[in-house]
Write a protein that binds this ligand. Structure first.
Ligand code: 1GP
Length: 234
């Protein structure tokens, strides 16, 4: 498991990672040629996924990115339709903050025919949707409620339960375009007892915020909207 091992190694040696998230629904070759040339030098991964993209949209998007960069391309799928062999790996997300069986186990069963003989590196990931101050697409599509960020113990215990069940990564998500990102307090508390790497995303728009999130304990940060709109503050 090359990609996961590299993330674990980075976490162990406190080397911070950055993923640029591309939503296949918003993708166009014209727009993204320049985009990919201008992604920050510190970028280590490309994530591809959205709440409602189709298989074709995802395939076109991944093939294009592959022709432009050698960074690992990791699927961050909203559902089983967003799985394509053309990527290098997949975050197999279980929405542990929610109580909708569709996103805890059903989608995963439906994904088996695609994943069974695939070369994609599968990374079991506990996915926690936290309240980021605006109604997120994840909440709408999954019909689940985000956990309020004040509920620190619930968040931390949910992440630890994920680790105990064998997840290899924990993703703290404030929702794409969140008004406020996952707080440093939440990240630090989750980090305390967790032994697996932490991914943090949602609403990070500046280098200052990025550094805060890293310092609080995030191993890999995901940024979509701010890069997509060219609004990231250096
Ligand atoms: C969303 O965590 C990611 O799933 C990234 O969010 O688009 O707000 O950067 P942004």
């Amino acid at each position: 498991p090359q990609i996961l091992d590299a993330i674990k190694q980075a976490s162990k040696f406190n080397k911070k990672l950055l993923a640029v998230l591309i939503d296949p629904e918003k993708f166009s070759a014209e727009k993204y040629t320049e985009f990919l040339q201008n992604i920050p030098e510190i970028t280590t991964h490309i994530f591809v996924g959205g709440s409602t993209a189709t298989t074709i949209q995802t395939e076109v998007c991944v093939s294009f990115i592959k022709s432009k960069t050698s960074l690992p391309i990791i699927l961050f799928p909203g559902d089983k339709d967003q799985i394509t062999e053309k990527a290098d790996g997949i975050l197999l997300l279980s929405l542990l903050s929610g109580r909708n069986p569709e996103y805890l186990i059903e989608q995963h069963i439906k994904a088996v025919p695609k994943l069974l003989n695939s070369d994609l590196e599968i990374m079991p990931t506990g996915y926690l949707l936290l309240d980021g101050g605006s109604k997120s697409a994840v909440a709408r599509v999954s019909k689940t409620k985000p956990i309020p960020q004040e509920e620190i113990q619930l968040i931390s215990h949910t992440a630890l339960a994920g680790q105990m069940m064998g997840k290899q990564l924990i993703y703290l998500e404030a929702g794409s375009g969140a008004v406020f990102p996952v707080s440093e307090k939440v990240i630090a508390e989750v980090k305390k007892d967790l032994k697996i790497p932490i991914i943090v995303g949602g609403g990070i728009r500046s280098n200052k915020q990025l550094q805060k999130v890293y310092n609080a304990g995030a191993d890999l940060v995901v940024i979509g909207t701010a890069f997509e709109n060219g609004e990231f503050e250096d």
